[in-house]
Write a protein that binds this ligand. Structure first.
Ligand code: AP5
Length: 190
């Protein structure tokens, strides 16, 4: 069984950009390392069930449905981990209409069995700017105070995951224009 690393960050922190860099760095390596976006797996499950849905709409669905799809996605990702190392691009929490839903609650962690947890962070001003500039996505508020609260909540949730799994938490900063450096920091951990 391969190793699974969970990479999380609040919307707009740039984790997908960093992981795209990492994917390029991993190209051509003999060992099998796959970067999997949790949201994409969920979206595919929605579509398999006959519902075409935008990725920013999934968190607006009923809590029950999100949780059902979430656990199915975790099981599919766990299957991939049997073939080699998997890096899971996800969130510590998702802001739903019913409140903050943990992205990796205990039953998801039981499926994924991560050996490490990585939190991607950035300066609140940079996150606000990235959210505001990216017009193709609906990532939530660009309110500075709220972003600081989201970062704190993300760390608190990561701490809970560390307690549940025994996996260490590493915090990596995605500085402006330095996504490659952030990807390299993840690569060093692998
Ligand atoms: P998800 O698929 O994770 O959304 P995403 O697009 O991958 O991620 P974010 O919206 O969080 O953006 P990002 O931080 O990756 O930023 P990006 O790299 O694009 O989630 C989609 C949905 O799936 C969720 O809402 C939820 O419903 C569901 N979901 C996922 N996981 C779940 C779970 N475990 N349980 C339940 N539901 C789950 O970058 C943003 C912008 O910043 C870009 O314009 C980019 O160019 C720019 N940028 C990035 N880095 C830099 C840099 N260093 N310098 C300058 N600009 C930068």
């Amino acid at each position: 069984m391969g190793k699974t690393v969970v990479v999380a960050g609040i919307p707009g922190v740039g984790k997908t950009t960093v992981l795209d860099e990492l994917r390029r760095m991993l190209e051509g390596r003999a060992d099998h390392v796959e970067v999997v976006n949790f949201g994409t797996v969920m979206k595919e499950l929605f579509e398999k069930a006959g519902e075409r849905i935008h990725r920013d709409e999934m968190r607006r669905r009923s809590l029950g449905l999100q949780k059902e799809v979430q656990v199915k996605a975790a099981a599919l990702i766990a299957q991939k981990a049997r073939r080699g190392a998997v890096i899971v691009d996800t969130h510590m929490f998702v802001e739903t209409g019913d409140g903050l839903l943990a992205g990796t609650p205990s039953h998801v962690l039981t499926e994924l069995k991560p050996s490490a947890l990585i939190l991607i962070e950035a300066e609140p001003e940079e996150i606000a700017k990235r959210r505001f500039m990216d017009k193709e996505r609906v990532r939530g508020t660009a309110n500075h105070k709220r972003i600081i609260e989201e970062l704190a909540w993300s760390r608190a949730t990561a701490a809970a995951c560390a307690v549940l799994t025994g996996a260490p938490v590493k915090i990596i900063t995605n500085e402006e224009g330095k996504q490659r450096e952030a990807a390299r920091a993840i690569l060093e951990l692998l």
